[in-house]
Design a protein around this ligand. Structure first.
Ligand code: PA5
Length: 446
């Protein structure tokens, strides 16, 4: 039984139930194409099997490596970028204590190689001196500049501090089974390694060791995460109606909105811990859909914080937006608003209420205001935030994205556009093989 629900009742007036149902046949056609692997990008559909048999064999090895890492460090640096880091960060940040920044008794996870900031990496290297350190370096290609540069610094740091043998105990690599510089290095150095399957693209890899190893090392229940994803995968596989297929329903609703000029989707949360889930979602949808001058632009906000900044635009700006609100029914903690005998702030009418009740009313009030302001809202309702439910959510978004991409008639599994900046960067940095581009760029820059 899946627990996630999609509520499109607040789309009425913009998009009707019938408008969504009109896509029923198309959604099931795309499901068939995905399951039979006959569509564009069909060599990148390994993610569909990760919650099932494909992932099972890996899970025990992942948990064993996680246990070993937990034994040698209090700080785990996860080195990766894009799909090689966002999924793990999304799940870990959704679950961890927001201020302690780790699960009690388990390592803190920090991140590197997801940008090229000298100040950040300098500060990280200095701070690690006060910690017991281990590294998980993740790169499918094994050649991505940002993580490769960060790993140079961190490998050198760990080797200096713990020696070559100590480094071998503290470094795990997740990469291609045979290709790439990281695979070669890992084999030469004798690191423990995990494989990113050939048929799993970066942004669809959270249920492979790419996501599972850091999540397990941080102390979270990867069995429950995979189980949640499996429940969703099973439900989507057997669904016979669009209403029984939440990912297809979501994809169809998005498509109906897009065709009515709503080209920007804003993912909304009312729990700051879900900020990186939005970052993961943005990569998934942005990189999968944004091609051939098509696609819904994925944006995100955290409310009520951003109601005091972006709220004005959402209420009153250009009407090209719709919102998808992640609505959490039950928070983990309980906190009652205190009574104040002075009542100087006039808030005693809230005394005795749970803070989550206040948050829920802010959510409903905002949703109604935005709908009145011309912004269609759909809700993705979760009973709570835990591993099982997050697993459902991950697979729901992945399948929704794959179907959505096919509805847009793009290949949702490639990312040709991300190569252009790399070409320019390599040319400007003087990488061998980029001489022609370098000359052209230098001429252009005068
Ligand atoms: O989704 C993708 O394919 C990308 O975001 C990649 O994950 C990202 O560019 C990192 O690539 P790699 O794992 O090869 O270092």
């Amino acid at each position: 039984m899946i627990q996630l629900k999609v509520d499109t009742s607040y789309l009425e007036g913009f998009v009707s139930r019938e408008d969504i149902l009109a896509f029923e046949k198309e959604v099931f056609r795309h499901r068939g194409v995905l399951e039979q692997k006959t569509g564009p990008g069909n060599d990148y559909l390994g993610w569909m099997g990760l919650p099932g048999e494909v992932g099972k064999a890996e899970l025990a090895a992942v948990k064993e490596a996680a246990l070993r890492l937990q034994g040698v460090c209090d700080t785990l640096v996860v080195i990766g970028i894009g799909g090689s880091y966002l999924g793990a960060r999304a799940i870990i940040e959704a679950l961890q204590d927001p201020l302690l920044r780790h699960r009690t008794g388990f390592p803190e996870v920090v991140y590197a190689g997801h940008h090229l900031s000298e100040d950040y990496h300098h500060a990280l290297l200095r701070w690690l001196g006060t910690r017991e350190v281990a590294l998980v370096v993740i790169s499918k290609s094994g050649t991505t500049t940002e993580p490769a540069v960060a790993f140079r610094f961190l490998k050198e740091y760990v080797e200096k501090r713990y020696g070559k043998a100590g480094a071998r105990e503290r470094i795990v690599a997740v990469t291609d089974h045979s290709r790439g510089a990281l695979r070669k290095l890992a084999s030469e150095e004798g690191y423990t390694t995990f494989v990113i399957p050939d048929d799993v693209g970066g942004r669809y890899s959270v249920l492979s060791p790419v996501g599972l190893l850091p999540i397990a090392a941080a102390g979270w229940d990867v069995d429950a995460l995979v189980q949640g994803a499996r429940s969703m995968a099973d439900a989507l596989h057997v669904a016979t109606t669009l209403e029984g297929h939440p990912a297809g329903w979501y994809a169809a609703a998005r498509q109906a909105l897009y065709r009515r000029g709503k080209a920007i989707e804003v993912l909304v949360n009312y729990e700051p811990a879900l900020g990186y889930l939005s970052e993961w979602w943005k990569q998934l949808y942005g990189e999968s859909e944004g091609k051939q001058q098509r696609g819904i632009f994925p944006a995100s906000v955290s409310f009520t914080t951003d109601l005091h900044s972006m709220g004005q635009y959402l209420q009153d700006g250009l009407r090209v937006l719709f919102e998808s609100v992640i609505s959490i029914e039950n928070p983990r903690a309980s906190l009652l608003v205190p009574h104040d005998p002075e009542d100087a702030d006039g808030l005693n009418f809230l005394a005795g209420l749970r803070l989550s009740d206040v948050n829920a009313k802010a959510e409903l009030g905002t949703l109604l205001a935005h709908v009145d302001g011309g912004v269609p809202n759909l809700r993705i309702v979760l009973p709570r935030v835990d591993e099982q439910v997050l697993g459902e959510l991950v697979y729901f978004f992945e399948m929704g994205c794959a179907i959505s991409g096919y509805m847009l008639e793009v290949n949702p599994f490639d990312q040709p556009g991300v190569e252009d900046y790399k070409r320019n960067m390599f040319a400007l940095l003087g990488k061998p093989g980029f001489e022609v581009q370098r000359e052209a760029l230098l001429k252009r820059l005068g």
